[in-house]
Design a protein around this ligand. Structure first.
Ligand SMILES: Nc1ncnc2c1ncn2[C@@H]1O[C@H](COP(=O)(O)OP(=O)(O)OP(=O)(O)O)[C@@H](O)[C@H]1O
Ligand SMILES: O=c1[nH]c(=O)c2[nH+]cn([C@@H]3O[C@H](COP(=O)(O)O)[C@@H](O)[C@H]3O)c2[nH]1
Ligand SMILES: NC(=O)CC[C@H](N)C(=O)O
Ligand SMILES: [Mg+2]
Length: 520
């Protein structure tokens, strides 16, 4: 890989706080062009100095006509070719004299746009063609600014894309960066290569070597522990760090009592079979149950779980050695963006992932998180490159807070046992129907709602279980999985028959957004 500073093309992404900003970076990365994300507070002089080949303005949660909202100096639009996305498009319109208003209905999820004419941003598309896109906005551009023309529209003539008549300023209302805009990468590539004339010479193939070098420099001779869950991210992080520092690394697997049926045994077995790394298993289930007793607020649960993890790691570190100064976590970008604002930009907290927003503030370790800017499927590829078996890299994600955020309301041992049993049947049936690899993630949720049923002529009054299964590539957007009805029927029958405490099963048909994958 050529060194970053030698790159002939560089894209500056300005983060207005969208959940998807890093996905823009990822698409640019996939097109083999170098990019960096920066907050909207960078001055025009700073940007000129940075010398971008092109600029992308991300989406964001604010409304451009609101007070104290992030904005841009209009002079920015003359520094380099610019593409505005969602809030970015609204901002360009607002700055240059167009009209942005709150719409009667908000548009969330799938939509279609019609390409109005032969526009370079849509090279490869046919004029008049309808193309599927992902929308997530409440405001819209009612009138394009003077000097702009509309190059795509949606629904009832709503403006979906605009371009300046003579300057390289383009904007789209939808999100080309998400996987649910199937031809979004082509649109971004058209901007990069047609409008910005970028050269595709940044290949991330040496990501591993670069990270290995960084980790060695950071760690020196110190000892390092890794929070290992057996999931994809921590296994890949462990393998990567092990490649860098070998025996200085010890992995700690915490049984937090919130794991799935037989998970502890399975993780130990797979890990020992495939990775020659020192592994310690710590049983901390009672500690987690105590921390969760009586808590039903999701954010409080997440923070208690996050803090308890660190307590457990700190204690475990003492048995590893006196000089444990670093904690490796398999944190990925979605964990970060949903928890905090990574660039100091204006994103809001959606949920505090236990390993980011839920961390203990006075923790003793410095963090090593080599995957912090990547997405799940990119991590899977790094894992394959490192030689990890498909059994590890192909696993469905399972969140650190585990069943603790799938028992809605307060967590007790009894509820966990009911959920664990139902969840195991659900996954067993998915596997035996041959659907495991078609689904990105599947799990059951125990609801604090009871309903009346009749079983063997007797009245029952028991809990409702919700099933969730989604398709996704990166966890940032997701769609509910379309199960064959007979499989759903079989799952429901088995759960109601075999699990005492559940007499009704429902299936969750919400996409993300506007829902999230987990319920809490
Ligand atoms: N039971 C556990 N024991 C030790 N560390 C854990 C445990 N659960 C989670 N962690 C830590 O928290 C991080 C984030 O968890 P997360 O579930 O996002 O990732 P993962 O478990 O590695 O992968 P996956 O998303 O495939 O489940 C993990 O990478 C790991 O470092
Ligand atoms: O390790 C984790 N710690 C957490 O606190 C956490 N919360 C959600 N998730 C997982 O992240 C992905 C996106 O989930 P959401 O759509 O619910 O935010 C899904 O794969 C979730 O299972 C977590 N993983
Ligand atoms: N996703 C976005 O960028 C949304 C922009 C703006 N907040 C709206 O709702 O229209
Ligand atoms: Mg996990």
């Amino acid at each position: 890989m050529a060194h970053l500073t030698d790159m002939s093309s560089r894209i500056l992404i300005i983060d207005y706080g969208s959940q998807y900003t890093q996905l823009i970076a990822r698409r640019v990365r996939e097109a083999r062009v170098y990019s960096e994300i920066h907050p909207p507070t960078r001055s025009v002089e700073w940007v000129r100095e940075w010398n971008p080949t092109g600029i992308i303005l991300s989406g964001g949660p604010n409304s451009v006509y609101g007070e104290n909202v992030p904005t841009a100096d209009p002079a920015l639009l003359d520094v380099a070719p610019t593409l505005g996305v969602c809030y970015g498009m609204q901002l360009i319109s607002h700055l240059l004299g167009g009209e942005v208003i709150r719409g009667a209905h908000r548009e969330y999820g799938r939509d279609e746009v019609i390409i109005d004419e032969g526009e370079a941003l849509f090279a490869g598309f046919t004029p008049g063609e309808r193309t599927q896109v992902w929308m997530s906005h409440g405001d819209h551009v009612e009138k394009a600014p003077p000097g702009f023309r509309v190059v795509a529209h949606s629904g009832k003539q709503a403006i979906a894309a605009i371009r300046h008549e003579s300057k390289p300023i383009l904007a789209v209302q939808f999100h080309p960066e998400v996987a649910h805009t199937p031809r979004g990468s082509e649109i971004i590539a058209n901007f990069l290569f047609d409008t910005c004339r970028c050269t595709p010479d940044w290949t991330p193939g040496a990501f591993i070597e670069e990270e290995v070098a960084k980790i060695r420099a950071q760690v020196g001779n110190a000892r390092v522990i890794c929070g290992l869950s057996g999931g994809v991210d921590s296994s890949v992080a462990a393998a990567l760090v092990h490649r860098a520092i070998g025996d200085q690394l010890t992995c700690i697997f915490v049984d937090n009592g919130l794991l799935r049926l037989h998970e502890r045994e399975q993780v130990e077995r797979t890990f020992r079979a495939h990775l020659g790394i020192d592994l310690r298993v710590v049983d901390a289930s009672q500690q987690f149950l105590d921390a969760l007793a009586g808590v039903d607020d999701p954010e409080t649960k997440r923070k208690r779980i996050g803090h308890t993890f660190i307590d457990v790691f700190e204690e475990a570190a003492q048995s590893v050695g006196d000089d444990v100064r670093f904690l490796v976590q398999g944190t990925l970008y979605p964990d970060v963006i949903e928890s905090v604002s990574p660039t100091g930009g204006p994103s809001v907290t959606i949920k505090s992932h236990h390993n980011v927003g839920g961390l203990k503030p006075d923790m003793k370790f410095a963090l090593i998180e080599p995957l912090r800017e990547l997405f799940k499927d990119e991590v899977r590829n790094v894992g394959r490159e490192l030689g990890l078996p498909e059994e590890m890299v192909g696993r469905h994600p399972f969140p650190g807070p585990g069943l603790g955020i799938r028992v809605i309301s307060d967590v007790t041992q009894e509820k966990l046992d009911v959920l664990r049993q139902a969840d195991a049947i659900y996954l067993e049936e998915i596997r035996s129907a041959g659907l495991y690899n078609e689904i990105w993630q599947a799990f059951a949720v125990l609801l604090p709602i009871r309903s009346v049923g009749v079983m063997g002529d007797e009245r029952t009054y028991e809990n409702v279980l919700a099933l969730r299964a989604v398709t996704s590539t990166d966890g940032m957007t997701a769609d509910w999985f379309h199960f064959p009805h007979e499989v759903l029927g079989r799952i429901s029958n088995r759960i109601i028959r075999e699990v005492t405490g559940i007499n009704r099963v429902v299936y969750d048909v919400s996409s993300k957004p506007p829902a999230t994958i987990e319920w809490e």
